[in-house]
Design a protein around this ligand. Structure first.
Ligand SMILES: C[S@@+](CC[C@H](N)C(=O)[O-])C[C@H]1O[C@@H](n2cnc3c(N)ncnc32)[C@H](O)[C@@H]1O
Length: 287
């Protein structure tokens, strides 16, 4: 992840992959989950950013807005909600939305964690796709579980969660060191990952690439533990950018997703119903 200050300069390969999944899954979700709610759907972008990158590429809010338009022809009525904590970025987002004639149902400041329950109450009779794309690991495991635990037949909630392997690789290695800084990293990881054993994979992971492999193992354990904690499904899809690189791993949903998105699941257990998390661990350079 680049420094947050230059994040919106040029869209990097991670963002391209992430946006590919977001775009395709939003379309699929509106069609499938929306059929259970009479066509009522909400796309909630919890960490919305500026809407567009300086290189002209659309950010997640514009991508979600364009999918919302597309699925209108399928009889779907999609409400858009964007949360952006940073005032300057939210201002730019507002301008970008206006330039593109996108009228969101909600454009909120404040922190995602503070407003997510209000948004879910507002969309109580809609299928909700929640995109969680913070810098690093900003979301606590408890928030994630609480949100997913609200999913019901009346309000199916899927979460598309960007899980930063680079952050976990960096903090995991720091977190098991015997120095004062370790306390900060390990308590942040404990909050983000919950009561899983993230430490063991990092023991002895010192050579180049090993922390990233350890982070991938942590992502796998994290995904498994989330799906056993709340009633939902998950499928792992490893993606390599080049044969000599470690995979970027998508954990996503179903065989149907393969047909709709071209992303081939390695595991597909059951078709998506309700309450689903897609964890997107992404890396470009191994740590
Ligand atoms: C990775 S960027 C989002 C990129 C965007 N989703 C995209 O794909 O175009 C993360 C954004 O979340 C914002 N942010 C950070 N903490 C937040 C919080 N607690 N609640 C809401 N937004 C937050 C940051 O200001 C930043 O703009």
């Amino acid at each position: 992840m680049p420094a947050s200050s230059d994040f919106f300069g040029q869209r990097n390969p991670q963002a391209v992959l992430k946006h590919g999944v977001l775009t395709r899954y939003a379309h699929y979700f509106a069609g499938r989950a929306g059929s259970a709610t009479g066509g009522r759907v909400a796309f909630v972008d919890g960490y919305a950013g500026e809407g567009r990158y300086e290189d002209g590429n659309p950010g997640s809010p514009l991508l979600l807005a364009s999918q919302a338009n597309r699925v209108e022809s399928l009889g779907r009525d999609v409400k858009l909600a964007f949360v952006e904590q940073d005032d300057a970025r939210r201002l730019r987002l507002n301008e970008t939305l206006q330039e593109n004639k996108v009228v969101p149902d909600q454009l909120l400041g404040g922190s995602f964690e503070e407003v997510v329950d209000t948004l879910l109450n507002r969309y109580k009779d809609r299928a909700v796709l929640l995109f969680i794309d913070p810098f690093g690991l900003a979301v606590d495991r408890s928030t994630l579980e609480r949100v997913l635990g609200r999913s019901s037949k009346k309000q199916p909630i899927d979460v598309l969660y960007h899980f930063s392997l680079q952050t976990v690789a960096r903090m995991g290695r720091a977190g098991i060191m015997d120095d004062p800084l370790a306390v900060r990293s390990s308590s942040q990881l404990d909050a983000a990952l919950g009561a899983i054993d993230w430490r063991t994979p990092f023991e002895g992971a010192v050579r180049s690439g090993q922390p990233t492999s350890a982070a991938m193992e942590v992502a796998r354990i994290f995904g498994e533990s989330i799906t056993s904690a709340v009633p939902m499904k998950r499928t792992a899809v490893p993606v390599r950018q080049r044969p000599d690189q470690l995979p970027n791993t998508y954990s996503c949903c179903s065989q149907t997703m393969k047909k709709r998105t071209g992303i081939s699941p390695t595991l597909h257990r059951k078709r998506m119903s309700i309450g689903f998390i897609i964890v997107i661990p992404l890396i470009t350079k191994p740590t």
